[in-house]
Every structure is written in C-alpha cells, then in structure tokens.
Design a binder for this molecule. Structure first.
Ligand code: CO
Length: 443
C-alpha cells in the first residue's frame, strides 16, 4: 500500500505528540506549546476577556482540559466545534502507594477507567503526572516524567497459571496489580524510595513533595509497522490521535477574518474515560462558559446567543472499533470499518453517540469535499455500546452534533494500533470542517 510522504509525516508528528504526552497534563502542556508557537495567547478564566475578530486564544481548566479558538468575524454565524479527550484508561498511583510485601517494594494503584489490564503486564513502565511541591507557606504544581523503566507488573509463569491461555489473563485489582518498584531495604522507609526519583527529576527536597496524581506510562516509543509501514502502534491513541488531529486542523486554519467566517473552537477534555462528570470534564461547565464569553465579547444578547448556537455544529472525535479479521463474531456484519479506510461515522439509536441522519450527511459532505473516503459504524445489537463526549456536549449546549473517529485496534490496550492514512484523512476532514480547504491537506 502506498503511503504518501505527507501522510507519513503527519503520523510521525502524532507519535512525537504522544511521546511528549505521557499523561493528560503533559498532553495539555504540549498543546499549549504548539498553540503558543502558532501565535495563540493564553487567557485565564479568572480574568476579564476581550476577544476581537481574528484573534486566537486558548484557556486551560485544572491542567488537563484545554479549549482553543479562533474568533470569527461574524459571531452570530455560529461556531464549528471539535471535541476530543486528553485522558486514557490505565493505572494511577494511590495517595500513599508504597508497601513492603515479602521483602519486595511495590506501589498500590487504582484502575482509572477501563483499561485492558493484561496489556500492562511485562512492560517497561514509568511514571508521569503532576505533583505539588511545598513553596514557602503554600505549594506549587509541577509536571514530572520519570522516563526510565521504573516499574513492572511481571506475569505469573505459565507453570503456576496453567489455564491462562484458555481462561484468559486475570488480575485481582487490589492484590495482584501493585507494581514492583524495588527490593525493600532493611530499615528504609518504603515511601522514601518512591519520593527520591520524583524529587531528583524536579530538583527538590523529597520531604517537600506534598501530593501527586501519577499514571503508570509506557516507556516504549510509538512506531510504524506493517509490510509497507501502513500502521502505527503507540499508547493513548485513544484519544490523543483525535486531540492531535483537532489541534493540527485548528493550527492549519488561517485567522477567521473573512466577513462570513464563524468561530472555530477545539475542546480537549479530561475525565472522559470515567464519565466526564467533573468541573473540567465534558459534563462540566467548561465549554458552555467559554461559548458564553465568546458571545458576550461579540456583544450578542441572549436572543442572538441562542441564534448562534442554533447555527453551530459539534464534531465529537474519538476512536472507532476497527474490523479485526481474527474475531469476526465481535462485529456487526454490515458495518465493518477498515483500518486505512477513512474516518468513521458512529451511530447508535440509543444516543450513546450523538450522530443523526443530518449530522452524518454533513460530515460525509466534508469528507467528499476533502476527497477522502468515509465509513459508517454501529455496534452489534447484542453487545453494550461505549459512549463519548458527543451526547454530553450536544445536550449541554443544545446543538447539532456528530460522532466520528479513526479506526483503532485494541481500544484501551497500553499499546493500541491504527492506520497511517486514517490519521491524514481525519486531519483533512477536520480541516475541511473548519475552513473548507481540507482537500489541500489530503493531497
Ligand atoms: Co476514547
């Protein structure tokens, strides 16, 4: 299969983005870095905002949710919004995780969201996230990433787990998931052994580390695979691939200054994998607050704000279940979506996805104008369907919405895989939605 150089470069840029984003807080910092390099300026939620047409800004709520926008010349023309999530399921350290068990030092973890737990076994794990450090009478928040292999969840040998290949690899979440950190030293404080590498990374006194939110992250970098290098594998493709595509589309769009151009906005939320019900999550007020400030800045009254929302369109971008030839029984026979077959429109009559016939047709028209294929997915009727931020944001704002995303294998594995062409297609479709110029990006 021929992979154009431009598509390969976009996939490589995604792998670089993921390498810089071992935690949702790092993902937002990497988005910030790219936004600032492109001339977007940060606005604090605690300040008064004055937003002029053509200006480009972003704001961050609680470190792991970010909204960036390019202010349109015609506010009442409505917004084009693209949403995705920054968090991924996995293992997170408990507040006091260190314990000694039979002479070994291990760290207790909580399960965040719904990871494929077996994929965390026998991998070279590290730690990333944010910590608070004492500063005078108060504290400062810092990001930290210990990049060397630090932790491991060794499997039990097959000689002690004879049924594993028939019964599946199972871990008791309380007793069998703690991650090994080292050999317990006589008389040494177990927690001090965890604090030392974190303090070393930050250049602070270990005693000044107050609290942490740390994820067990993979140390293996993403890669291309397949006979023609037509696939990529990495951690957190769900949903950093959609964050990267949305950000890339926004950065590629020129400032929205033509008289008819509406506002373009991307909303990257934390906490999707645990239900979105938080101050910074899609179920919170974040996106509604930013939209209200955009309307107020443009001088829209309450009537015009509602006219604006009635003319707005939300694209919820999250990964879709790619057809896996080894497991045909898992799929709805009429809705196989193929890796490298183009973005997927996801539909569910029970509104687990926000797609309607009209919003699906609208997204199809973006793909058609960009000159790329697109596919349609629905889950098997006898299997429970996942959900996304699509229905949540659509309900909060009361606007037209579609759920789409790139095909993905092994959703919620520590190492997921997807198609190189699909990522370029997704960027092209989202660029088309923002500017009507996605065709150029696809070629
Ligand atoms: Co997702």
């Amino acid at each position: 299969m021929n992979i154009p150089a431009a598509a390969r470069a976009q996939a490589q840029d995604l792998l670089d983005f993921i390498a810089a984003s071992p935690s949702p807080w790092h993902a937002v910092r990497e988005c910030e870095r790219r936004l600032q390099a492109a001339g977007f300026s940060r606005r604090e939620e605690s300040e008064r905002w004055t937003l002029t047409p053509g200006s480009r800004h972003y704001t961050v709520r609680d470190g792991a949710s970010l909204i960036a926008f390019s202010v349109g010349a015609e506010a009442a023309a409505g917004l084009t919004l693209i949403g995705a999530h920054t968090d991924s399921p996995g293992l997170r350290l408990k507040p006091k995780p260190a314990e000694v068990a039979g002479g070994m030092l291990r760290l207790g973890v909580e399960v965040y969201g719904s990871p494929l737990l077996a994929t965390f076994a026998d991998r070279d794990l590290a730690l990333a996230g944010r910590v608070t450090v004492r500063a005078g009478d108060g504290f400062e928040s810092h990001l930290v990433h210990c990049e060397q292999p630090l932790l491991r969840l060794p499997n039990l040998a097959i000689h002690m787990n004879r049924e594993v290949n028939e019964a599946g690899l199972k871990f008791n979440k309380q007793t069998e998931l703690p991650l090994l950190l080292g050999v317990a030293a006589d008389g040494a404080n177990a927690e001090a052994r965890l604090r030392q590498p974190l303090a070393d990374r930050l250049g602070v006194d270990p005693a000044d580390l107050l609290t942490w939110e740390l994820v067990a992250c993979d140390t293996q970098k993403g890669c291309f695979w397949g006979v023609d290098g037509e696939f990529i594998a990495a951690s957190q493709l769900d949903n950093l691939a959609s964050c990267h595509a949305a950000l890339t589309a926004l950065l590629a769009a020129p400032p929205a200054v033509s008289p008819s151009s509406g506002t373009r906005l991307i909303a990257l939320f934390d906490h999707e994998e645990v239900g979105s019900e938080s101050a910074a999550g899609a179920g919170g007020s974040f996106v509604a607050d930013v939209v209200a400030r955009l309307a107020a800045s443009a001088g829209l009254d309450a009537e015009d704000q509602r006219r604006m929302l009635a003319q707005s369109f939300f694209i919820s971008a999250d990964m879709a279940h790619a057809w896996h030839p080894n497991f045909p029984a898992a799929y709805e026979p009429g809705h196989h979506v193929l890796v490298n077959g183009g973005p997927v429109i996801k539909s569910n009559a029970n509104q687990r996805y926000s797609t309607t016939a009209a919003s699906a047709a609208r997204f199809m028209s973006f793909c058609a104008r960009a000159g790329i294929p697109c596919q349609q997915y629905t889950h098997r009727t006898d299997l429970g369907c996942g959900s996304t931020i699509g229905p949540i944001v659509a309900a909060r704002l009361g606007l037209a919405s579609v759920d789409i995303g790139s095909p993905l294998w092994a959703m919620h594995s520590l190492r997921e895989s997807a198609g190189v062409l699909d990522h370029a297609y997704l960027i092209a479709a989202l660029t088309e939605a923002f500017t009507g110029q996605g065709g150029a990006a696809a070629r």
